[in-house]
Design a protein. Structure first.
Length: 281
């Protein structure tokens, strides 16, 4: 039985891109007689608001989706910390105080998320503290894990290349765990067997596969779907004011009809599912 999850952050309203992602997760699970989980990723500091999560539940029901809700990220801080401490014991993480400006100035190459951190604080250690993040010693972690692969349902088997990201941040200053650490731990804890998410997060799966091995977690299958974009080719985003599902719902639109339109890949906004962001390495 397949278990998927839809994991929105309550820092703004859901839009059509979120609706499409939720439908993909829902339908993929139901095709195998499974279920979709709803997990609220609410550790984004002051930007996370409970009222947005309430809106999400109404939006999903309006679309005609069903789900089982699992504990939100804010209830899992102790588990994230325990995982970090396990990596500390293994000697695989180190504190870092470099700023984004420092990294941009010293980086020697670009990665999927921008300039790759050049391991400055690994070569010249700094003491830990509240103003430091914790980074993964990628070279040492990959040596310990050995060669790895992971499988995407749409694109087949891939050799894991977490080194594309360099020494990623696992513990942040402004929030407990980074996306890489929290999402990997959450999916394992929730028994997610198929990780559905947008193609813009394809490369992150290289890092997540490594963390699964380091932390002794089960390996899921991934399904990276197309990402809805605006007419100018940019991904739909809350910060750019993409039309909120809640606004459509309150205006009296039929949510089941909206879901059917998304499934048919034809929108009243003129966006086609044939237009998508594909940032695979």
């Amino acid at each position: 039985m397949t278990t998927t999850r839809f994991a929105p952050s309550p820092n703004g309203p859901l839009h059509l891109g979120h609706a499409y992602a939720a439908i993909i997760a829902h339908d993929r699970a139901r095709a195998d007689g499974g279920e979709m989980l709803l997990r609220i990723e609410d550790i984004d500091g002051a930007r996370s608001r409970a009222e947005w999560a309430d809106e999400f539940r109404e939006d999903l029901a309006w679309l005609g989706l069903t789900w089982r809700e699992v504990p939100a990220q804010s209830t899992r801080i102790a588990q994230y910390r325990q995982a970090l401490e396990s990596l500390m014991i293994m000697g695989l993480v180190y504190p870092c105080r470099c700023t984004r400006t420092d990294i941009a100035r010293t980086a020697r190459r670009m990665g999927p998320d921008g300039p790759v951190y050049p391991s400055t604080c690994l070569r010249d250690p700094v003491p830990p503290g509240p103003d430091a993040v914790w980074r993964l010693d990628m070279e040492q972690a990959m040596d310990l894990a050995g060669p790895l692969t992971w499988r995407d349902e749409r694109r087949g088997l891939h050799v894991a290349r977490p080194d594309l990201f360099g020494d990623v941040v696992l513990w942040r200053k402004d929030a407990p765990a980074s996306y890489h650490l929290a999402a990997t731990l959450d999916d394992a804890a929730d028994g997610v067997s198929v990780v559905t998410r947008g193609a813009d997060l394809f490369a992150a799966s290289h890092v997540h596969r490594l963390l699964q091995v380091l932390l002794g977690l089960p390996e899921p299958v991934w399904h990276h779907h197309r990402v809805l974009v605006e007419a100018d080719g940019r991904k739909l985003a809350k910060r750019r004011g993409a039309d909120a599902l809640a606004a459509r719902r309150r205006a009296g639109e039929n949510g089941h009809a909206v879901a059917a339109t998304l499934r048919a890949a034809l929108f009243d906004t003129g966006i086609s599912l044939s237009e998508y962001v594909d940032r695979s390495p």
